[in-house]
Design a binder for this molecule. Structure first.
Ligand code: HEM
Length: 493
């Protein structure tokens, strides 16, 4: 066959493929445009351009979404550039997504670029194997042992507050170091003195930079989504440098535990192994050093930053609502029952403080939304969604929706009282997500929040300074964080 015929045949096949792909995307685009949602005036810019590029205001983004949702409550289609996606904040639609087990969307790749392919970002068989392997690390008997760590770590922070005899603290300068100290001791059995040496410790700042850059990549996909463009940009170079430093920190944690094991602190003697010991002793021959590092990166980040965020908001709310703070304090003193120290059994007896924490997780859910996509064409709220469509579950939107909650912006712990809890609409309250990919650390997080807050409020009174703003602005971040330093006044009990 002459070579020109071969070239023409290849060109025709290639062209047919491109035409087929274009026709398919156009048909898909036209179909997606017909879903309920605000008008899309421009193919290239979509309809959410005020929320991208120049706009760095999360409050405004959330306000926009609120307006859309009030108009398109079951499911709302919108477009960032030519990329169409849907937002769901209706409990029935959310239930359908969870029940159909929609996998995670490919945008998790942006988080994966930092924490690797650990439990949060992996999929399919790998995720299943690792979830099964790591679930025993959160066995209730292991969790019970963590109370001694919470106690030791919170003592360090409160003693420093007392020594400094300060009349106020900035929560973000303390809380992330406390939760980092806790997670490193609980899941990796490694002590770092990170609260005492917080000025020298770069890791917490590095996590802040990595989350800031990751969110910029989400919001400016044309500029930063693809690695070959991003890695060559100034932001990309900054990301690589900071990631290298953050990974070095967790790598040293793994090394420190390995050294302890070599020195006879085997971890094998105890009845239950901690998270890192499970990984280091795993009989699974396919578990590589890189996979171990990815899991440690995932758990250290997930385990400290989410909990720090929840702790910060709850302390802020209790400082704002001193009547509820007093009620929590009295309850803790009541259950101390003559003992001088707060123990696990004190915590499990509490009723009102856990209600305040649940309400704080409703009002300010640390994880604002999660992304999924149908594995095959699926029906949600009566609409067919094509496979692969970015489908966002708006946790914040659902938790603050006036159709679901009476007066949603009010901090009202009684929503979670014994009398009211059954009235909560299923799938409308999901701070830890739900179903198979729910948060593996949720029980630990709730224990930690209850314990740490109980210790803080029985040692200090918390109040908001007189010049505190009525509304707190949010930071553009992966998690729902305050934009400015949150200062609270403290006075010893
Ligand atoms: C208040 C604190 C916390 C909140 C609000 C929270 C929230 C969540 C949410 C919403 C998800 C689902 C994410 C998604 O689907 O994209 C999740 C997953 C996860 N969380 Fe948490 N989390 C908290 C604390 C923790 C702690 C303490 C740990 C570890 C010790 C942890 C480890 C994880 C992991 C590994 C996953 C992925 C689970 C999987 O896909 O199998 N989290 N968390």
């Amino acid at each position: 066959m002459p070579w020109t015929t071969i070239v023409y045949t290849i060109l025709i096949i290639l062209l047919s493929y491109i035409i087929y792909k274009l026709a398919k995307s156009t048909r898909n685009y036209i179909y997606l445009r017909s879903l309920p949602g605000p008008p899309i005036p421009s193919l290239l810019r979509g309809n959410s351009f005020p929320l991208q590029e120049s706009n760095n205001d999360l409050n405004q983004t959330l306000e926009f979404r609120k307006k859309w949702i009030s108009k398109y409550p079951k499911l709302c289609r919108f477009a960032i550039g030519p990329m169409i996606q849907v937002l769901c904040s209706d409990p029935e639609s959310v239930k359908a997504i969870f029940n159909e087990n929609f996998p995670k969307h490919s945008t998790y790749k942006l988080i994966q670029d930092w924490i690797g392919d650990g439990l949060l970002t992996s999929k399919g068989d790998k995720w299943f194997r690792h979830r099964k392997l790591l679930t025993p690390a959160f066995h209730y008997q292991i969790l019970d042992g963590f109370f001694a760590v919470y106690s030791e770590c919170v003592d360090v922070m409160l003693d420093l507050w007392a020594i400094q005899s300060a009349d106020h603290v900035v929560l973000q300068e303390w809380i992330p170091y406390l939760t980092l100290d806790i997670i490193l001791q609980c899941i990796c059995s490694v002590k770092t003195d990170c609260q005492i040496k917080r000025e020298q410790l770069q890791y917490v700042q590095d996590v802040a930079s990595l989350t800031r850059i990751t969110i910029l990549r989400f919001r400016q996909p044309v500029k930063y989504y693809y690695d070959f463009i991003f890695n060559r940009s100034q932001l990309g170079r900054e990301f690589i440098e900071v990631r290298q430093r953050a990974r070095q920190f967790t790598y040293e944690i793994i090394l420190a535990r390995k050294r302890q094991l070599e020195n006879g602190d085997s971890g094998q003697n105890s009845k239950y192994r901690d998270f890192l010991d499970i990984l280091l002793h795993a009989s699974d021959p396919t578990l590589t050093d890189e996979e171990i590092r990815d899991e440690v990166d995932t758990f250290v980040f997930e385990g400290h930053d989410t909990t720090a965020t929840a702790l910060t908001w709850t302390l802020y709310l209790l400082a704002k609502h001193t009547n509820y703070q007093d009620m929590c304090r009295q309850e803790v003193f009541k259950f101390l029952d003559g003992n001088s120290s707060i123990t696990k059994s004190t915590i499990t007896s509490l009723i009102f403080l856990p209600m305040c924490i649940k309400e704080s997780l409703r009002l300010y859910p640390p994880v604002i939304n999660i992304s999924r996509c149908p594995a095959k064409p699926s029906t949600v709220a009566g609409h067919k969604l094509p496979a692969g469509l970015l489908t966002t579950i708006g946790i914040y939107q659902m938790h603050n929706h006036s159709d679901i909650w009476d007066n949603p912006s009010e901090f009202n712990p009684y929503r979670f009282s014994e009398d009211n809890i059954d009235k909560i609409v299923p799938f409308s309250y999901i701070p830890f997500s739900a179903c198979s990919r729910n948060c593996i650390g949720q029980i630990m997080a709730l224990h930690e929040l209850n314990y740490v807050i109980a210790r803080i409020i029985t040692r200090f009174n918390l109040a908001l300074p007189k010049d505190s703003p009525e509304e707190i602005e949010f930071q553009m971040n992966i998690l729902l964080k305050p934009k400015l330093p949150l200062r609270i006044d403290i006075s010893p009990i």
